[in-house]
Design a protein around this ligand. Structure first.
Ligand code: PMT
Length: 219
């Protein structure tokens, strides 16, 4: 049955948000709690997969039976993900990676002086796009968190990043997205097929996403 397909397979999951340092006491971050990615790691481990979870800072406990690697910045997440990628069978990128980082992290705490302070940001590498470009046998799943034009932007990400499946999140809906215990998503596949899922807990959604992935892998 489809459910046993992940047994013994290496599943790489990313979760949580990255933090990009401004100075030793401040950072640029986002509202990801890690709940979605952790739920995926928990459920994949219950399906007997070998799970590696690469996580930004969260308050969640390490899931049992999962190898957890904690990182802070997008650059660290990239290093950790690339180190685990080649022999992974399934990769699910639920993390909210910062698109930009302060160009210079001040070595000392920035003192309060002028009325305005300007930070110059530079672009972070797009980890998922890099994975898509060097994909061999991996089944690659991305998330998209959008506040407008959900299907248009999600379709663009699916194609540009060479994904097999994309979980599209309208993060403006109540009961969906960052920090909520539930989520509301649409699943998009490489072949153009789409599915709309009702609101459910992130644990239930993780189970659903993994079941859908198993169906597709077994085809
Ligand atoms: O953690 P929770 O509080 O449970 O919230 C869950 C969630 C809202 C964070 C999750 O469901 C979600 O939507 N995660 C993706 C958030 C995001 O950053 O989306 P994006 O559209 O900016 O990025 C698209 C994809 O590219 C994502 O898979 C992301 O991991 C990846 N990416 C983005 C930027 C970057 N520099 N490198 C990446 O790999």
């Amino acid at each position: 049955p489809a459910a046993t397909i992940l047994a013994g397979k290496k599943v790489l999951v990313t979760a949580g948000g990255t933090r990009e340092p401004i100075d030793p006491v401040r950072y640029i971050g986002n509202r990801s709690s890690g709940k979605m990615g952790y739920a995926l790691a928990v459920k994949a481990a219950q399906m007997a997969a070998k799970v590696v979870l690469i996580a930004g800072p969260t308050s969640l406990p390490d899931p049992p039976g999962v190898c957890v690697k904690k990182v802070e910045t997008a650059a660290q997440m990239r290093q950790a993900v690339l180190a685990e990628y080649d022999d992974s069978d399934l990769v699910i990128k639920a993390a909210a990676v910062a698109d930009y980082r302060p160009q210079l992290a001040s070595p000392q705490k920035i003192k309060k002086s002028e009325e305005q302070l300007t930070l110059t940001l530079e672009k972070n590498p797009d980890i998922l796009r890099e994975l898509g470009a060097k994909k061999t046998h991996q089944f690659l799943v991305g998330f998209a968190a959008e506040t407008e034009n959900l299907l248009e932007y999600a379709t663009e990400k699916l194609q540009k990043k060479n994904l097999d499946m994309l979980v599209a999140n309208d993060v403006t809906l109540p009961g969906a997205g960052f920090n909520a215990d539930t989520n509301i998503v649409k699943l998009l596949y490489r072949d153009g097929h789409r599915e709309e899922l009702p609101q459910m807990t992130k644990i239930e959604l993780a189970e659903k996403i993994l079941a859908k992935i198993c169906e597709h892998i077994s085809k």
